[in-house]
Design a protein around this ligand. Structure first.
Ligand code: FES
Ligand SMILES: [Fe+2]
Length: 346
């Protein structure tokens, strides 16, 4: 798990005023609550008194009350009330304080920053869905799915081109229509990018929705740490984008969150259809990844030796690079070449 990044904790719609909400990220239990001004706060979901999860308590105004002995905490994490205190000294603010985490809402999700002593505060806002350069309004839908799979495998699947014709046959391309592709990758500060200009869209219902006559598109695909794949398609004035995020929940559980936006067909009620498609795609990934998790456990090794596996190798190298930077290693080298050509058949 990587510290120093924003992660999606939950859908914004799950955090209501007056109803603390439990979440977990990077093995860290969180309680989220929305104050009366609509601001979401994230705290360690553990009462410092005897450890009861604060998410099992209740919200009073802009504070959380522990259900066991009634200690009350405000959004800064400070304990402001101990009902049984009598004449005893108030527990010191340090020992009675709950750890807090920066939280922000974006694209319909609550993002929580997981830092450490080297990177306690975020230096940039959470990532966001790519939007069209002309500022045209977009509609968007979201979907998510949890999988019993380690985070590395979930992240690998975000940028594994070779699985697409098999796991998602007929969604993004037909297996029998696979052909050789050459992609040029360039380096991003903590990731990589490939841009394809004037590519003929594959003939599937997804791309027919994007462009009924399957025009030529310019596509930009980015991967950045900690596990964020974003993609944008431009066909004339039509623009669509997707952000697919893999989040580590615990050592053996991950969640995928996906948001898709488009700047056309605003009047048509197609959101439910897009969501249903996203649900199917996520369940296809979940099924194959959970079986990978079972099979991997038998031997514990992989062969990442194809050009299409290069992206998974880069991901592992980027994690090490980030870790080296946090650890203050002298002059760590970015692992991605300035420009690389990779070929595969998909
Ligand atoms: S465990 Fe929370 S007040 Fe005692
Ligand atoms: Fe997939």
């Amino acid at each position: 798990m990587l510290e120093g990044f924003w992660y999606i904790a939950t859908d914004s719609g799950n955090v209501h005023v007056g109803q603390p909400c439990a979440a977990v990220l990077c093995n860290q239990p969180l309680v989220l609550f929305r104050d009366r001004h609509g601001q979401v706060h994230a705290l360690d979901d553990r009462c410092p008194h005897k450890g009861v999860p604060l998410s099992s308590g209740w919200q009073e105004g802009d504070s959380l009350r522990c259900p066991f002995h009634g200690w009350r905490f405000i959004s800064s994490g400070e304990c402001v009330e101990v009902p049984s205190i009598g004449n005893a000294p108030h527990p010191s603010p340090v020992s009675a304080c709950v750890r807090t985490f920066p939280a922000e809402e974006r694209d319909g999700w609550v993002w929580v920053y997981i830092g450490n002593s080297q990177c306690p505060k975020p230096t940039s806002p959470p990532p966001s869905l790519p939007v069209p350069a002309d500022g045209s309004p977009m509609v968007s839908v979201r979907e998510s799915a949890e999988a019993k799979v380690r985070w590395d495998f979930a992240v690998d699947s975000l940028m594994d081109p070779a699985h697409v014709p098999f796991v998602h046959n007929n969604y993004f391309r037909q297996r029998e229509a696979a052909r050789e592709k050459e992609k040029v990758f360039t380096r991003l500060p903590l990731g990589f990018r490939t841009i394809s200009q004037n590519v003929l869209l594959p003939d599937t219902f997804i791309f027919r929705a994007l462009s009924p006559r399957l025009g030529l598109a310019t596509t930009t695909v980015d991967f950045v740490l900690p596990g964020i794949h974003s993609e944008r398609w431009e066909i004339g004035k039509r623009f669509a984008s997707v952000m697919l995020v893999a989040t580590p929940l615990t050592d053996d559980r991950s969640r995928f969150d996906i948001c898709v936006g488009w700047n056309f067909l605003h009047g048509l009620p197609v959101g439910w259809l897009v969501r249903r498609t996203l649900r199917t795609i996520l369940s296809q990934d979940r099924e194959v990844l959970e079986s990978q998790e079972q099979g991997f456990g038998l031997k514990g090794s992989m062969l990442l030796n194809l050009e299409s596996d290069n992206l998974a190798v880069w991901y592992r190298q980027l994690k090490k690079y980030h870790g080296d930077m946090l650890a203050g290693v002298h002059d760590p080298q970015h692992p991605i070449p300035e420009k690389t050509r990779l070929k595969w058949v998909t």
